[in-house]
Design a protein around this ligand. Sequence first.
Ligand SMILES: Nc1ncnc2c1ncn2[C@@H]1O[C@H](COP(=O)(O)OP(=O)(O)OP(=O)(O)O)[C@@H](O)[C@H]1O
Ligand SMILES: [Mg+2]
Length: 375
Amino acid sequence: MAGSKAPIYQDPDGLERALIDLVRVGARGHAAGVRQLAGRLVRAVPPAVADAGAFRIAVHDALSAANPSKGLRFDSGAIPTDADGLHSLLNVDAVPVADEFVADERLSSELQEIVAERERADELARAGVSMSRTVLFSGPPGVGKTLASRWIAQQLELPLVTLDLASVVSSYLGSSGRNIKSVLDFAKSGPCVLFLDEFDAVAKRRDDDTDIGELKRIVNVLLVELDRWPDTSLLVAATNHPQLLDEAIDRRFDRVLKFPLPGRAERRALLAGANHGEVSVKVIELAAAAWEGRSHSVIMRFWELCRRKAILHDLALEFVVVSELIEQFPTNELRNSVWRHAHDELDMSNRKIATLAGVSHPTVATGIRQAKDTK
Ligand SMILES: Nc1ncnc2c1ncn2[C@@H]1O[C@H](COP(=O)(O)OP(=O)(O)OP(=O)(O)O)[C@@H](O)[C@H]1O
Ligand SMILES: [Mg+2]
């Protein structure tokens, strides 16, 4: 077209652009830049790449190969396995990608500090200050402990090695001590984030009735490892039952992070983050209030359920969310506001609301009137 310049890159999915950027930065001999671009490439694999998982691993391996003394090896010989099948309990994610993480200011800043310590490791080392090598996440189920470990690994651009201790202990007690040792050795062989899930499964207080010899051996392995853990990898352990932990274990962690249930602001942020403009601010607010005292995971499950129903029944998401709120919170103090919204904004009849809530329709009429009066 006359006057307009032809674009340099024409592919819609960025593969060409990524390659040209790599060549440009590489030709300058800018290794850090190449690493950065490679990191970007694995975080957002261009759609033209057929097998995104294999591509991520290949890019990661190419990067590690540039520095053979560093980096975990992902080939099957390097990942610990044994006749018991520990392999399946150990999950290695070469390039972890985390969903959006919602937390209050205190927890967010602690997590950011853990990342910052590693990014500024040189400064700390120069000042003779050690960084956090071992961290314990404690909190109720579904508040983001697993997600946070993934987030940290993503921020640090390190592979995430996950071991679920509960399944190790339940399935392979006979040789757990040795198995755990081999996983820890693997995690120490190159920089990574090692996530030990359900840590309380092994690190129970030693006066516990169910305690047996093998478990004691495991606890001892862990005690020694926690003390000697190297700077190169970050060990993150998670527990839902901090009260079960052996005190000797608890105080060996460099940091203990408490993961709380989401407050009102976090519930609102979680729902607003999942909402793509389909649901009004008012209904997000009502839902955030209704889910008080519940975990992030319960709230996200509710949202996903609503989305599925909206598609299956060809309904507006707002309508489904409000219907579910009416049904699930028939006695909540906010119910009148929800009913009023359903009636006034979504044209739901009192009878329909009454059926959903399991109350009589005069009760609904009264509730809606009260909501109007208090306005
Ligand atoms: N803080 C959070 N921010 C955003 N989403 C979250 C958060 N916490 C949990 N979720 C949602 O809930 C799901 C489960 O969370 P996750 O597995 O991280 O919880 P957990 O604390 O590890 O629970 P458990 O103790 O049961 O292992 C996540 O995949 C995510 O969808
Ligand atoms: Mg978890």
